[in-house]
Design a protein around this ligand. Structure first.
Ligand SMILES: *[C@@H]1O[C@H](CO)[C@@H](O)[C@H](O)[C@H]1NC(C)=O
Ligand SMILES: *[C@@H]1O[C@H](CO)[C@@H](O)[C@H](O)[C@H]1NC(C)=O
Ligand SMILES: *[C@@H]1O[C@H](CO)[C@@H](O)[C@H](O)[C@H]1NC(C)=O
Ligand SMILES: *[C@@H]1O[C@H](CO)[C@@H](O)[C@H](O)[C@H]1NC(C)=O
Ligand SMILES: *[C@@H]1O[C@H](CO)[C@@H](O)[C@H](O)[C@H]1NC(C)=O
Ligand SMILES: *[C@@H]1O[C@H](CO)[C@@H](O)[C@H](O)[C@H]1NC(C)=O
Ligand SMILES: *[C@@H]1O[C@H](CO)[C@@H](O)[C@H](O)[C@H]1NC(C)=O
Ligand SMILES: *[C@@H]1O[C@H](CO)[C@@H](O)[C@H](O)[C@H]1NC(C)=O
Ligand SMILES: *[C@@H]1O[C@H](CO)[C@@H](O)[C@H](O)[C@H]1NC(C)=O
Ligand SMILES: *[C@@H]1O[C@H](CO)[C@@H](O)[C@H](O)[C@H]1NC(C)=O
Ligand SMILES: *[C@@H]1O[C@H](CO)[C@@H](O)[C@H](O)[C@H]1NC(C)=O
Length: 334
């Protein structure tokens, strides 16, 4: 059984060093013809992971088992190779994503919320357990890892003992990171190599933990993780209370119409059969019928506008994405 690291080195060398367990693509539309992405076709969506197993309805477990507890979804590392991760079964195309979690304790354990697109645009929050007073932000465009100077460090009080909210507001012109509602970083489109490195293609959301300090990892990764993980100190546990999402371009499908990876090349479309469905808020719990989105999503009024919306043309069709969770699992079994 290969360890996480062997898997990463063998398959993802270019993207591996940061939050590697969540950063992969099954089909890169800049290189090949891929199925359309399944979109979230409502404006807002939220999940409260304290509500039981039904909370995982729109979330695929891409590695390991993740359970609902009173504190939220529980991600546990107890042994080498554990990297429990969940992934939204839909994509969004520009939007607001807020996660509320308590990071794992220990040394070298990375608690992450990653947004990833098929052509490897990426937006990250990464908490390194070794440092209990900070969290990192990062981003990538088209899997370009030629330099690692995109990360910043943000102060946060006891992220491994307390729950905090970590959010991003992602539009075609700028990307903002918020910790507990406070703006801590802004990336303008032009500041990312004139947009070349700017994340701008439909993304799904991947949340989980992995051991950056695994003794088998590269020296550089272990150093970044603040030292070697000693599994006998475990289990190491991250709790994810909730996720709130606003999709600025709700649609059934997103299709890359060319190989530029430019946001203007993405076509958002509804299939005729589902376009009549227009609920604005969904809860993943079937037992609570009313909207669960509250505080922070209340700022999600129609005033949020992205220039992206106007560039998109609607069309009919019923393409369904086949972006599978199986890849990570199958790679781990190599
Ligand atoms: C594109 O495909 C080539 C050949 O299959 C591969 O070497 C390369 O890594 C791919 N690039 C991306 C961005 O996926
Ligand atoms: C999730 O549900 C629990 C239990 O009802 C509640 O205490 C908590 O505030 C909710 N979290 C969010 C972020 O809404
Ligand atoms: C934990 O989650 C797994 C995977 O969904 C499930 O099979 C198992 O029954 C859950 N365990 C508990 C105690 O809920
Ligand atoms: C989620 O899982 C379902 C059922 O296995 C699969 O059809 C779908 O492609 C998966 N989606 C993602 C984004 O992993
Ligand atoms: C990759 O990013 C670097 C800056 O980090 C930039 O100088 C370079 O041009 C980019 N490469 C491509 C192919 O976009
Ligand atoms: C973050 O914390 C460090 C160490 O306490 C302090 O020096 C720095 O000024 C803080 N940064 C911000 C932005 O508060
Ligand atoms: C995290 O580890 C530190 C140091 O070992 C310990 O003091 C603290 O109680 C732990 N916190 C949790 C939530 O387990
Ligand atoms: C798709 O349908 C949803 C829900 O009715 C709607 O909000 C959205 O604007 C539609 N998207 C497109 C591209 O037509
Ligand atoms: C949903 O909202 C309606 C009207 O505001 C209220 O009467 C009802 O009790 C609520 N149901 C639940 C499950 O909260
Ligand atoms: C969703 O809510 C927004 C903001 O309240 C509103 O502007 C929009 O028209 C709503 N869309 C649908 C499909 O109800
Ligand atoms: C997100 O950014 C847009 C565009 O700048 C702005 O209109 C909107 O209010 C922002 N939303 C949040 C939740 O910060």
């Amino acid at each position: 059984m290969k360890s996480y690291t062997q898997w990463a080195v063998a398959t993802l060398a270019a993207v591996a060093p940061l939050c590697a367990a969540q950063t992969y693509t099954n089909c890169n539309p800049l290189n090949e013809t891929c199925p359309a992405d399944t979109g979230l076709n409502v404006w807002s969506f939220s999940t409260n992971f304290t509500e039981g197993e039904s909370a995982f309805k729109r979330w695929n477990m891409t590695d390991g088992a993740v359970n609902s507890t009173d504190l939220g979804a529980q991600f546990v590392i107890s042994a080498e190779g554990d990297a429990p991760t969940i992934q939204s079964d839909f994509y969004i195309f520009f939007g607001y994503v807020e996660v509320k979690f308590r990071a794992a304790n220990g040394t070298g354990i990375i608690s992450t919320s990653v947004m990833e697109s098929d052509d490897l645009d990426e937006i990250d929050w990464e908490q390194v357990s070794t440092y209990d007073d900070e969290i990192q932000t990062n981003y990538f465009g088209k899997g370009n890892t030629t330099s690692y100077d995109r990360a910043t460090t943000v102060n946060v009080t006891s992220p491994e003992e307390e729950f905090h909210t970590y959010a991003v507001n992602w539009t075609s012109s700028k990307l903002e990171w918020f910790r507990d509602g406070t703006l801590v970083r802004t990336l303008e489109y032009a500041d990312a190599v004139d947009g070349k490195n700017y994340p701008q293609t439909p993304m799904n959301i991947r949340i989980g933990i992995w051991a950056g300090g695994d003794p088998d990892n590269s020296v550089g990764t272990i150093e970044w993780a603040g030292g070697e993980t000693d599994y006998s100190d475990g289990p190491f546990i991250m709790y994810l209370e909730s996720v709130k999402i606003i999709n600025y371009n709700p649609a059934d499908t997103y299709t890359y119409t060319d190989k530029t990876g430019d946001w203007t090349s993405i076509k958002a479309a509804n299939s005729s059969s589902t376009s009549s469905k227009s609920t604005n808020s969904t809860s993943s719990s079937s037992s609570s019928s009313n909207s669960t989105s509250s505080s922070s999503s209340s700022s999600s009024s129609g005033s949020v506008s992205t220039s992206a919306a106007t560039g998109l043309s609607a069309s009919f069709g019923s393409l369904f994405a086949v972006v599978g969770a199986g890849l990570l699992v199958s790679l781990l079994q190599i």
